[in-house]
Design a protein around this ligand. Structure first.
Ligand code: NAD
Ligand code: PRE
Length: 366
């Protein structure tokens, strides 16, 4: 018998999850969203098997319920689920970027039929809504599970089994440690990205060329400032204490940097930059293990029709699969660079040879 799965909130993440879960024949997906257009889109594009108009009715016979809503909404929906008398036990999970408030709510649930295991796929984008949903979004991404206080070990195991189809890498973390670490590497960077853009905006009022000078570096570091403001306000709000602490740390760090500059401590500044570089470079360690490795090549191309397709076709001709592609600093009429990722060292070397033989200027990242 197929597992009955209800996904509530079919936006970027809920929609992507539904799409991925639907790829398994073992799953029957029902969807709900307060946005009727999103719900209709999900049904029409076969992201879900069927839509429902009443959460309670659909939840009653579900085996799994995933909450794909923003955190504040997820807390409210959990409280509603608590009131339901289900046909049988149900495993409930969410996708929220901050876990503590969700856990506080889940731990207080007085309904023995609900086994709550919090979830957070560490993949997303700056887009929102069902139209941005992708079935492969969680492939190779870390997917954090954090079981609630009273939940059985078997519930986390069952959830893990259902999530196999997402091809993500499951790890378990406690809510507080999750919020601290994602605060550092996900939430705080979003805050800083928006602050950098705000700074550029203010300076551009008196320096008209700023937008034109905003090249690869500024774009790389501020992409996430284009994210959904309502969602990020909700994330910052729910991780407020940790954000405030990180703003304090950051402020002290800026004061130290200011001193190094004002007092010409050149060696200290070089060491500071070197340490940051070493740590950053180490994040992309090219080892085969639990996580996938990527092997990159940087190819110079001219900004002309078909330039990317030509490179891609040359590699496709040798059966080399490009796992990621990114255009860096391309400007109208002049050369730009393509960053191509392949998944093995051999493919990287082979790609290098093919493109070199075809006259491309390129570098290979060791
Ligand atoms: N955006 C990301 O990169 C990302 C990554 C990982 C996790 N998350 C988490 O995923 C969750 C959803 O984020 P998103 O980016 O998919 O947001 P989204 O805005 O794309 O989608 C949210 C969906 O929930 C629906 N909704 C709102 N209230 C509802 C309700 N009461 N009942 C049913 N549906 C309702 C909305 O109509 C919308 O379709 C958030 O908790 C977020 O923290 C986001
Ligand atoms: O790629 C992006 O745009 C994201 O911001 C995704 C991202 C992140 O990496 O910080 C954002 C929030 C999530 O909870 C998980 C992933």
């Amino acid at each position: 018998m197929r597992r009955r799965i209800l996904v509530i909130g079919l936006g970027l993440i809920g929609g992507s999850l539904a799409k991925s879960l639907r790829e398994s024949e073992d799953n029957y997906i029902t969807g709900f969203d307060i946005n009727h257009k999103s719900l209709a889109f999900a049904e029409m594009n076969e992201i879900i098997h069927e839509s429902c108009s009443d959460i309670t009715e659909a939840a009653k016979n579900a085996d799994f319920i995933f909450l794909g809503t923003h955190i504040t909404e997820t807390v409210e929906i959990l409280k509603k689920l608590e009131q339901i008398t289900f046909d049988h036990d149900v495993i409930v999970s969410d996708v929220s970027s901050v876990k503590q408030a969700i856990h506080d709510t889940a731990n207080a649930i007085n309904n023995q039929q609900i086994q709550f295991v919090g979830g957070h796929p560490m993949a997303g984008s700056h887009k929102k809504g069902i139209t941005a949903a992708k079935g492969h979004l969680f492939e190779n991404a870390i997917y954090v599970l954090s079981p609630s206080a009273n939940c059985l070990d078997s519930a986390a195991d069952k959830l893990e089994e259902v999530l196999t189809v997402t091809k993500s890498h499951i790890i378990q973390l406690k809510a507080n440690e999750h919020d601290e670490m994602t605060g550092v590497v996900s939430h705080f960077p979003h805050l800083i990205a928006s602050a950098l853009v705000q700074q550029a905006k203010k300076w551009s009022e008196t320096h008209a060329y700023i937008p034109k000078l905003a090249a690869g570096g500024f774009r790389d570091v501020t992409r996430i400032a284009s994210s959904n403001p309502e969602l990020w306000q909700d994330i910052f709000y729910h991780n407020k204490q940790k954000m405030v602490k990180m703003i304090d740390d950051w402020t002290s760090e800026m004061v130290e940097l200011k001193e190094m500059l004002e007092e010409n401590h050149k060696a200290d500044l070089t060491a500071y930059l070197q340490q940051a570089k070493d740590y950053r470079d180490g994040l992309d360690v090219k080892e085969k293990g639990a996580f996938p490795a990527y092997y990159d090549l940087y190819v110079d191309i001219r900004d002309q029709t078909g330039a990317i397709a030509t490179v891609a076709n040359l590699l496709a001709g040798e059966n080399i699969n490009i796992t990621n592609i990114r255009i860096l600093e391309i400007r109208e009429g002049i050369t730009g660079a393509l960053r191509l990722s392949v998944s093995t060292k051999d493919e990287q070397l082979q790609s290098y040879d093919i493109l070199k033989q075809n006259g491309y200027d390129l570098v290979l990242e060791e």
